[in-house]
Design a binder for this molecule. Sequence first.
Ligand SMILES: Cc1ncc(COP(=O)(O)O)c(C=O)c1O
Length: 346
Amino acid sequence: MSAPRIDLYSDTHTLPTPAMRQAMAEAEVGDEQQFEDPTVNKLCAMVAELLGQEDAVFLPSGTMCNQIAFRVHCQPGDEIILDYTAHPINAEAGGPSALAQAQTRALHTDLGIFTADQVRAALRPASGRHTPRSRVLSVENTTNAGGGSVWPIEDIIAVTAVAKEHGMAAHMDGARLMNAVVESGTSATEYGRHFDSIWLDLSKGLGCPVGGVLAGSADFIEQAWRFKQQMGGAMRQAGIIAAAGVYALEHNVDRLAEDHENARAFCRDIAQIPGIKLLFDRCQTNLVFFDVSETGMDAATVAERLRAHDVRMGAMGPHRIRAVTHLDVDAEQLAEAAMALREVVS
Ligand SMILES: Cc1ncc(COP(=O)(O)O)c(C=O)c1O
């Protein structure tokens, strides 16, 4: 089955451009396990610097970035505090309990952005044999199921200060960190300096076919490497794929603003369609969520009927649909997608 012409399912569906493929084809490579791949080394150095950290490690996926970070930070029985919509709770196949053997403590918010008071209220007592140990505070920026919302830096400072006061590690899931950076004007370095571990995904809005880069202190990265090896994430001539990351960081960051602009125009269009209710009352970055209950159809039916118009969006619950803008869809195609939605629901 081939992909639909207008694919708004996810920013993970971007295809490498000819220029990115050329950079990949021409990459200098070596054995990354021996630190002899110059392109992987370059990518890691770029990301460590970007995120204000000492070192970084290239990994096959964002999921592995989260899971390895949790393994480094946690002992079995520890607790990770995060929003109830966070990716590690909902979409990493139970990784925190299976791999770090840590349990998760979910905070309930509207946008995936919790407060320092919520963190304080969730903390376990510092002593005591009965309770788990609060060990990691994990922040997702932008929030995925929180509508692509951007964490304001003041909120980051407030919640990570609580984590530090209580001897916890602060971790950022930066699957879409560069979207947050472009939208907020807060630099990646400024976000990064409040965290003990932080990563960004290359295979989402940045347009690479694969990969995430996890950054932290030199000691953290040394421990992360051990788990990378153990989980089978250590690669060989990985410069071929790291080259896409280098290319993306040099060429595809500023243009994320276009994706955000396109998403807002798409929101304005679909907000006019009877029966469509925009969720989160706003669209801040590239993730658009809407509810179709009032159309009398469920999300799966709407998504299926959109396919007949060569448009793909994701059913994310019985009545909720997500549409994602990215570098493979332009403003015209988004206007077409909005028209298709109007036809499907009317
Ligand atoms: C917020 C968030 N974290 C982590 C991930 C996992 O990234 P990957 O698909 O690279 O494993 C995703 C992927 O959708 C995500 O949206």
